[in-house]
Design a protein around this ligand. Structure first.
Ligand SMILES: *Cc1c(COP(=O)(O)O)cnc(C)c1O
Length: 360
């Protein structure tokens, strides 16, 4: 067996330690004689596992007591609808349009109310984060929405907008747990697990309790009401047990390496190795404004599509896989999530240098 360095944007690399533990426990979870996938979600074992996962997540992020943690299904994309259905009282919301995922979210929001795009970087193909100084939050807005890390374009928010009393809603699918955040600044955070936290099939929602309401938009399905899941500890119906179990192991892994401050330092080190090289390279160029560069997703190009293809192919042959850029953008993208080891980034940079020596 040999493992590759997997730079996929998602589903993405998981910590090897987590996969090994899951393999050991596959046939017999904690002496039960069963896999964790074969048990009732009402059993003590599963309830205990889910409660522990929540506790560890609360520890990692210092989640205040007046926030609920939900483990749901439907992916981040379903939250694009759940957020307006639950939070729109005036049927107005403000969105920051900084990439394909925020655009999809705001388009979905338009099914339910009036969406004001109060900032956008679409004019420059989303290669930067718009200035937040003169942001005009609409008086009637029920919430302000942003995508914290733009997976496809490789930008991230390094500051948050001042939204006054309005709830700030953030899609953190691709940088959830990449470093500490102040949960208290947000009304609602959601993250699909398959980028930085676990397998596909789980979406984590952290929501301030006062936003969990009964008076949601008419026609909101029971399953899309935050109230439903908050009232039943994410087990109103069968939760995605196996996915939550893996997420729980990733939380333990993060605690073991020293928590999110340490994780952030490692992420900064990995990203700077790659960006410093890109800044000096005669062949490869980053595609994003320096100030706004993501620590998780690093897009780059040579400027020559044939050369890009050659690079991707040769990389693959050496076990550096999934470096192809997003289908509508081209070039390359290296996703270097929490679980990508430093050695993987070093191997990538060494290969890029060698390729540059040959081709530039
Ligand atoms: C991948 C991604 C999504 C979509 O996630 P699904 O779980 O496939 O719906 C949404 N937002 C961001 C930021 C993403 O990276």
């Amino acid at each position: 067996m040999s493992r590759v360095y997997n730079f996929s944007a998602g589903p993405a690399v998981l910590p090897e330690q987590v996969l090994k533990e899951a393999a050991v426990e596959m046939l017999d979870y904690q002496g039960s004689g069963m896999s964790i996938m074969e048990m009732s979600h009402r059993s003590d074992i599963i309830e205990g596992m889910m409660a522990e996962a929540e506790r560890d997540l609360r520890d990692l992020l210092n989640i205040p007591a007046n926030y609920k943690v939900l483990f749901l299904q439907g992916g981040a994309s379903q939250q694009f609808a759940a957020v307006p259905m639950n939070l729109m009282k005036n049927r107005v919301a403000d969105y920051l349009n900084t990439g394909q995922w925020s655009k999809k979210a705001l388009q979905e929001g338009r099914l339910y109310g009036k969406i004001n795009v109060i900032a956008s970087s679409e004019d420059q193909n989303y290669s930067y984060i718009p200035g937040l100084k003169n942001l005009k939050v609409s008086e009637e807005a029920d919430y302000v929405y942003l995508c914290h890390n733009n997976t496809i374009f490789g930008t991230r928010f390094t500051e948050l907008p001042d939204v006054g009393e309005k709830p700030l809603v953030a899609d953190m699918s691709s940088d959830f747990l990449a470093g500490p955040i102040d949960v208290g600044r947000f009304g609602l955070i959601f993250a699909g697990a398959q980028k930085n936290v676990g397998p596909a099939g789980v979406v984590i929602v952290i929501i301030r309790e006062d936003l969990i309401a009964d008076n949601v938009l008419p026609g909101t399905p029971t399953m899309l009401k935050y109230k439903t899941h908050a009232a039943h500890n994410s087990a109103y119906n069968t939760p995605p047990v196996y996915g939550i179990y893996i997420c729980g192991k990733v939380f333990k892994w993060l605690k073991k390496i020293g928590g999110l401050e340490v994780m952030q330092e490692i992420n900064e080190l990995k990203a700077s190795l790659l960006y410093d090289y890109l800044d000096d390279s005669r062949l490869f160029k980053g595609t994003v404004v320096k100030r706004d560069r993501s620590l998780m997703n690093v897009p780059f190009v040579t400027g020559d599509a044939d050369l890009d293809a050659k690079f991707i192919k040769e990389g693959e042959a050496r076990g550096l896989v999934n470096l192809k850029g997003y289908r509508t953008i081209g070039g390359m993208r290296a996703s270097i999530y929490n679980a990508m080891p430093l050695a993987g980034v070093k191997a990538l940079v060494a290969f890029m240098k060698e390729f540059e020596g040959k081709e530039a």
